[in-house]
Ligand binder design. Structure first.
Ligand SMILES: [Zn+2]
Ligand SMILES: [Zn+2]
Length: 817
C-alpha cells in the first residue's frame, strides 16, 4: 500500500471529488437496468431564492445520506434535481428591484426580468447543492419554467379537468391587495398584531342605540347583517329587528348566529362581506347578500359611497373621523389580534369574491387521511401534521393566480357565448395569451373568435406533480416502475404545502399515493437556539461554513444534530468536532498506510484477542448503523461509527498493536500479520460505514488505499457490508474490554505522574480479584506488557492493593519504575 501524505487539504479534496464524480458518472440513474431494484427520491425542486441556507443544508444532508446508503445497498437510485421557478417571490423581487408593478410592462418584458433573477439564483443554488456533495444525477435536471415542464403541468390540468376535479367558480378567496392575486390558505400566514377595537353606536328603528365593537369600521358599507349568540339573553329582544348601519343609508336585520362569541366586544357583531372566514360561513348558511367594498388593489369600491377610491387604511381613518363627528364612536381600545397576511409580501390579506379556478381538494380529505396512515413517516408522529391540515381546510384549493410569471391556464372562452374551450392533450405546451385554440369554431355556437384565459396557475400546481414527473410521466411508457417515489423529503414547515399538494394531485390524477414514505427535517435554529434570522444576529450563511470547513464537517453536524424531525440549532463547535474527527481519521489511515506498506497477503491469519475484540465490536457497530440508516435515524448512525472509530479504534486498538507492528522479531511475524489484517479490514469497513455521511474524505481514502484491491469504481458504489454473525464474539469483547481498561489505566497513571508514555515500567503486579479475571488478563499479557513497556509483569488471582482499574473495581495494580 502506498503511504498517505502527512496532511490532507480537505477543501481541495472535496472540490476534486465533486468534479470527478460528475465525470465518472457515479450517481447516474440507469434507466435501462432491469436487474437492480429501484429506489427513487422525490427531491423537492427548491425555489431559486438565491439563498441556500443551513436549513437546506440539513434537509439535503438527510436525503443525500439516505440516497448514498441505498446506492451501496445495491439499489439503482434515482436522485433527480429540479428547480421550481415560477411564483410570487420572484415577481415581488422583480417589482421591488426595478420599482415597478407587473402592469407597468408587457407580460413578455416582465417575464424577461423575472427570468434574469431565476437564472442568477439557480446558478447559486446549483453550486451550493454540488458543494454540499449531493449525489444527484444532474442529467435529470429540469426547470418548471421551461415549455417542456409547462406541457406536463398543463397536461395534468387537462386530465383533472376532464375528470371533474377542476371547476371555475365565484367564491370567497384569500386575496393579497399588494400582489393583486388570489392566494391559497397555505400561503396565508397568521401573525399576532396590535390593533384597535372600535365601539360604534348603531341606531335601532325605535331610536334606541346598541353598541357594536369592530376592528374594521371600513367594512361598514359591506355590513349585511348584525348578529348575536342565540343564548345571549341580553339581546333576545332585538332579534329580528332592523338596525341602521352608520355611514350608509341601509338597514340590516339582527339575527342569531352560533358563531358569535358573546364575550367579544359587546357581544353584538357585524357580519360583513368579508371580514373573516366566520363571515363567509354565516353569509353562506344564511344566504345573505354580498356587498364588496374593497377592490383587487385594496381600494374602496363605489359601494363604499363617499369613501370610494380611498385605500383601506385611508377609509378606516376617514370613517372613524366621521363617526366621531356624528357622536357614534363610543370609544377605541387596543386589541391583540391575529391577522392573516400574504406569505410573500406580508400585506394583510382581504377576503374577496372573484371568479377563480379551483381544484376539488376537500372531497379528497378522507383519502388523504387514509393514505397518510398507510405510508411510512420518519418520524412517525409527523403524519398527524398532514392529516390535521387536510381536516382543517374549509375551502377547495384556488389554483388560479392573477399574475404573470407562471404556467398559463390552457383555456379560452368563446367571445360570443362564453363557452369554455379546454386545450386538447396534444396542444400543450401552449400559452393562450399568445396563441388561439387550435380549433376553428366554438363547439356550441360556431363563433370564430376567442378570448384567452389571462389568469395563470399557482406555482404549487407546477411542483405538485414531481413524483410522477421524476418517474418519467408522461413520456416514458414504464414510468409506473418508478412510481410512487420511495421517499419524499419534506420540512416541518412545508408538510401543509408540499406533502399535501403532492398527495391531492397524485390521488386525483392516478388514484395512487405519490410517495411510499415521508422523511421530515426540523428547522435549523440560530447559534443561540432561537429561530435563525438575519435580524437576530444569529444567522449563519452556508458559504461561510463551506469556505471554512467544506461539506463533510457540516454534514456531520446535520446528521448528528438531533433526532430526525426535531429542530436543531446550528453549532460551530459541532462542525469543528466533525473537522477534528476527519483529521483523526486521516491520521489513523496514514498510520495504517505506513504499517501496511508490505501488506499483500489477504489470507486470514491467527487473530489475537484484541484483533477479535475490535472486529467483533466493529461488526456490532455495522449492525447498529445499518438499522439506524434504514429508519433515517442519522444521529444514531453517525454517533455509533464516530465513537467506535475515535475511541475503540484510534485510542485503544491502534495503541495496543504498535509493539506487534514494530517488533515482529520479539512478538512474531504471525502476530504482526494479524494486526495488519485487522487494520486493513477495519479501516475499509469504517470508510464504508461513514461514506453516506462523509462522502468526500471517505472517497479520497478509499481511492488511495483500497481502490486497487477492491476494484470498485468508487466507495459509493461499493456494496454495503453484510454483517457476519460469526465474527461477533462475546467472549473476545468481554476479555478485550478488560485488557484495554488495564492498558488505559496504566497510561493514565503515567500521565498523572508526568512520566513519558514510553518510559519503561520495571515491575507491574496485577491483583486480578478472581481466577477468572486473572485468566483474562493472562490472555492479553503480551499486549499489556508490550504496549505499556513493562519489564516484568506478575498476575495474582486474588484481591489486593493498588490502583483501581476504571469500571473494574476488583482489578488493581502496582507499578515500580
Ligand atoms: Zn402579497
Ligand atoms: Zn360560442
Amino acid at each position: 500500500m502506498k503511504t498517505l501524505p502527512k496532511k490532507c487539504n480537505f477543501l481541495e479534496t472535496e472540490k476534486k471529488w465533486q468534479q470527478k464524480w460528475e465525470e465518472m458518472g457515479v450517481y447516474r440513474f440507469d434507466w435501462n437496468d432491469h436487474s437492480r431494484p429501484i429506489f427513487t427520491i422525490d427531491t423537492p425542486p427548491p425555489y431559486p431564492s438565491g439563498d441556500f441556507h443551513m436549513g437546506n443544508a440539513l434537509n439535503h444532508t438527510y436525503f443525500d445520506t439516505f440516497a448514498r446508503y441505498k446506492r451501496m445497498r445495491g439499489y439503482n437510485v434515482l436522485f433527480p434535481q429540479g428547480f421550481d421557478c415560477h411564483g410570487l417571490p420572484t415577481e415581488v423581487e422583480t417589482e421591488e428591484h426595478y420599482n415597478i408593478k407587473k402592469t407597468d410592462l408587457t407580460p413578455e418584458e416582465f417575464t424577461k426580468l423575472c427570468n434574469q433573477f431565476v437564472d442568477k439564483y439557480i446558478d447559486i443554488m446549483r453550486t451550493a447543492i454540488k458543494r454540499l456533495g449531493c449525489s444527484i444525477d444532474w442529467t435529470t435536471e429540469y426547470q418548471t419554467r421551461n415549455p417542456d415542464y409547462w406541457r406536463k403541468t398543463q397536461l395534468s390540468f387537462i386530465i383533472l379537468h376532464k375528470k371533474g376535479y377542476i371547476y371555475q367558480g365565484t367564491h370567497p378567496i384569500n386575496w393579497c391587495p399588494r400582489c393583486e392575486t388570489a392566494i391559497a390558505d397555505a400561503e396565508v400566514e397568521h401573525k399576532p398584531k396590535q390593533g384597535q377595537l372600535h365601539h360604534i353606536k348603531f341606531q335601532l328603528e325605535d331610536g334606541k342605540a346598541v353598541t357594536i365593537a369592530t376592528t374594521r369600521p371600513e367594512l361598514l358599507s359591506s355590513c349585511v347583517s348584525v348578529a348575536v349568540h342565540p343564548d345571549d339573553k341580553r339581546y333576545q329582544k332585538y332579534v329580528g329587528k332592523a338596525i341602521q348601519v352608520p355611514t350608509t343609508n341601509r338597514t340590516v336585520k339582527i339575527i342569531t348566529d352560533e358563531l358569535v362569541d358573546p364575550k367579544f366586544g359587546t357581544g353584538i357583531v357585524m357580519i360583513c362581506t368579508y371580514g373573516d372566514k366566520a363571515d363567509v360561513k354565516s353569509v353562506k348558511t344564511r344566504k345573505l347578500p354580498v356587498i364588496m367594498s374593497i377592490d383587487e388593489a385594496g381600494r374602496m369600491t363605489e359601494n363604499a359611497g363617499k369613501y370610494a377610491d380611498l385605500t383601506v387604511q385611508e377609509a378606516k381613518k376617514a370613517i372613524l373621523t366621521d363617526l366621531k363627528k356624528q357622536g357614534l364612536l363610543e370609544k377605541s381600545e387596543p386589541l391583540q389580534q391575529e391577522v392573516g397576511q400574504c406569505w410573500r409580501c406580508k400585506t394583510p390579506i382581504e377576503i374577496l369574491e372573484r371568479k377563480q379556478w379551483f381544484m376539488k381538494t376537500l372531497k379528497l380529505t378522507p383519502k388523504v387521511e387514509k393514505t397518510a396512515n398507510e405510508i411510512a413517516w420518519y418520524p412517525d408522529y409527523m403524519k398527524a401534521r398532514l392529516i390535521d391540515w387536510a381536516r382543517s381546510l374549509d375551502w377547495d384549493w384556488v389554483i388560479s393566480r392573477q399574475r404573470v410569471f407562471a404556467t398559463p391556464i390552457p383555456i379560452w372562452y368563446c367571445k360570443e357565448c362564453g363557452e369554455i374551450i379546454l386545450a386538447q392533450e396534444d396542444w400543450v405546451p401552449i400559452d393562450p395569451r399568445k396563441e388561439p385554440p387550435k380549433t376553428d369554431k366554438c363547439p356550441k355556437c360556431a363563433a370564430e373568435e376567442f378570448a384567452p384565459e389571462t389568469d395563470v396557475l399557482d406555482t404549487w400546481f407546477d411542483s405538485s406533480i414531481s413524483c410522477a414527473v421524476h418517474a418519467g410521466w408522461p413520456d416514458r411508457q414504464d414510468w409506473q416502475k418508478r412510481f410512487p417515489a420511495d421517499v419524499h423529503p419534506s420540512g416541518t414547515d412545508i408538510i401543509r404545502t408540499w406533502a399535501y399538494y403532492l398527495m391531492v394531485r397524485h390521488l386525483a390524477l392516478f388514484n395512487q399515493t405519490p410517495y411510499k414514505s415521508c422523511l421530515i427535517n426540523g428547522m435549523v435554529l440560530g447559534t443561540d437556539g432561537r429561530m435563525m434570522h438575519k435580524s437576530l444576529g444569529n444567522y449563519v450563511a452556508t458559504p461561510e461554513v463551506f469556505s471554512k470547513y467544506g461539506a463533510d464537517a457540516p454534514r456531520q453536524w446535520a446528521a448528528a444534530g438531533g433526532t430526525t424531525g426535531s429542530d436543531i440549532p446550528f453549532r460551530w463547535p459541532d462542525v469543528e468536532y466533525g473537522w477534528r474527527f476527519q483529521i483523526k481519521l486521516w491520521n489513523a489511515a496514514r498510520f495504517a498506510s505506513l504499517a501496511l506498506k508490505d501488506y499483500t497477503s489477504r489470507e486470514k491469519t491467527q487473530l489475537q484477542l484484541l484483533d477479535r475484540w475490535l472486529l467483533s465490536k466493529l461488526e456490532r457497530a455495522t449492525v447498529i448503523a445499518a438499522a439506524a440508516l434504514e429508519k433515517c435515524q442519522f444521529n444514531t448512525a453517525i454517533e455509533e461509527i464516530r465513537n467506535f472509530t475515535w475511541h475503540q479504534f484510534c485510542d485503544q486498538y491502534i495503541e495496543a498493536i504498535k509493539h506487534r507492528l514494530y517488533n515482529p522479531k520479539t512478538y512474531s511475524e504471525e502476530k504482526r500479520k494479524a494486526a495488519q489484517y485487522t487494520l486493513y479490514t477495519a479501516i475499509y469497513r469504517i470508510l464504508q460505514l461513514l461514506a453516506p455521511i462523509i462522502p468526500h474524505l471517505t472517497e479520497e481514502l478509499y481511492q488511495l488505499m483500497y481502490a486497487e484491491d477492491k476494484k470498485h469504481k468508487s466507495i459509493h458504489t461499493s456494496p454495503w457490508p453484510e454483517p457476519d454473525e460469526a465474527i461477533i464474539d462475546d467472549e473476545a469483547e468481554r476479555y478485550g474490554d478488560l485488557a484495554v481498561a488495564v492498558i488505559g489505566e496504566i497510561r493514565r497513571e503515567k500521565a498523572e505522574k508526568s512520566i513519558p508514555l514510553n518510559t519503561q515500567i520495571k515491575t507491574l503486579t496485577i491483583h486480578a480479584g478472581s481466577k477468572k479475571s486473572a485468566h483474562i488478563v493472562n490472555q492479553a499479557l503480551e499486549d499489556i506488557q508490550g504496549t505499556c513497556k513493562i519489564q516484568k509483569i506478575t498476575v495474582m488471582p486474588r484481591k489486593g492493593e493498588g490502583r483501581e482499574v476504571q469500571d473494574y473495581p476488583n482489578v488493581r495494580f502496582i507499578t515500580t519504575y
